[in-house]
Design a binder for this molecule. Structure first.
Ligand code: CP3
Length: 345
């Protein structure tokens, strides 16, 4: 019965005449109704941990646009917070965390089982959504990949080239691997609970995978995501996983097999034509419209949307952006993208 949801059909390998659509960061600051609910919650983290309001902002883009999937409103940095790191957001700048750069600091974090005390509101949000979403809309749960989350935990903030995490990897490999292992195991526990609560698809975000070079890419992006995917599959064989190794470039090829994921999300760093030939031949793909078109719109948006649909038309495809929609996007351009995909022209 759930197989009638178009995203689940695409993830199962079906080629659909019209690809299902959702957008990374579809609940976000480009929407006036999001800004209103966020103001009601007080701040971003209060919104994440208020299950009723988090469910509300998750539903807003579904009501406005009728996307084929909803992604639970949360953040990849809630997991380090649940492990005991301090987390706060500086307006206009981004996240800040207490740092983990010594063995003592790693040892002082909480054990995996303790994360649920903090993360229960996220599971509650998932439960509310699985009751309230329209029956044709799939519910996506998510987490950050260990490498990407580790880059924030080590540096204490976003860093352009992930320098501090690369430095720790070079200087203290056992400690770095300890952080990756703890994140891998706690991510499995976190995502399993999201599935128990009603998530039907899982997405793993490795937003900084692109800065890993050579064997490091395999060791610290691909392998942890493969381990998470395998552990979830063992417990929840029917729940497909989407992995997003942003910046992977030619390394997107072969990633279905390397990670065991049902779908590879593709950023805008490769063309849809290349990805159709080298990635989609192995299974479902998602992406890769540049999010800047949500700001600029017009005929270029229509042409690019059509080109991507055409390039991916011979295999399983979920229409999405290459990365998250930005706060300066125009909501009418989102509607134009959806109309273009669904008109099939
Ligand atoms: O996609 C969705 O609609 C679901 C919600 C979601 C958020 N963050 C909400 C959010 C998801 C899936 C994420 C993932 C996330 N968070 C990633 C991976 C995906 C990516 O974008 O590469 C990363 C790296 C983070 C960490 C993070 N959270 C940063 C760096 C920032 C600040 C940058 C910014 O855009 O302001 C956030 C904040 C954040 N997470 C916002 C939202 C809607 C904006 C916060 C606000 O309302 O002020």
């Amino acid at each position: 019965m759930t197989q009638q949801k178009t995203i689940l059909r695409a993830l199962a390998g079906e080629t659909l005449a019209t690809p299902p659509i959702w957008m990374m960061r579809q609940a976000g600051r480009y929407l006036p109704e999001y800004k209103a609910t966020r103001a009601q919650a007080g701040d971003f983290l209060s919104l994440c941990y208020n299950s009723e309001l988090a469910a509300e902002v998750t539903l807003q883009p579904i009501r406005r646009y009728g996307f084929d999937a909803a992604i639970v409103f949360a953040d990849i940095l809630l997991l380090p917070q649940a492990l005991g790191a301090d987390l706060w957001f500086v307006t206009g700048e981004g996240p800040r965390l207490s740092t983990i750069t010594t063995a003592d600091e790693l040892a002082a974090l909480k054990p995996v089982e303790a994360i649920h005390d903090t993360l229960n509101p996220v599971y509650e949000t998932v439960k509310i959504l699985s009751r309230e979403l329209p029956q044709e809309t799939a519910l996506i749960g998510f987490a950050g990949a260990p490498w990407t989350v580790a880059t924030y935990m080590i540096a204490g903030q976003g860093t352009p080239a992930q320098g501090p995490a690369h430095a720790l990897k070079a200087e203290n490999r056992p400690l770095f691997e300890g952080i990756i292992n703890l994140l891998t195991e706690s991510t499995i526990a976190y995502l399993s609970r999201q599935i128990d609560a009603g998530a039907e698809v899982i997405k793993i975000f490795d937003s900084w995978a692109g800065s890993l070079e050579g064997d490091d890419f395999t060791e610290f992006s691909v392998k942890p995501m493969a381990r998470i995917t395998a552990a979830l599959k063992e417990r929840h064989p029917d729940v497909p996983v989407i992995v997003f190794a942003r910046g992977a470039g030619p390394r997107f090829a072969g990633m279905h097999a390397a990670t065991g994921a049902a779908c590879i999300a593709i950023d805008e760093g490769v063309t849809a034509e290349w990805a159709a030939e080298h990635v989609q031949k192995d299974g479902c793909v998602q992406g890769n419209l540049a999010s800047s078109h949500m700001v600029t719109g017009g005929q270029t948006l229509i042409d690019e949307t059509r080109r991507i649909c055409r390039a991916f038309s011979k295999g399983p495809h979920i229409f999405n952006l290459g990365h998250g929609i930005t706060p300066d996007a125009d909501p009418t351009n989102v509607q134009l993208m959806i109309d273009t995909v669904r008109s099939g022209a």
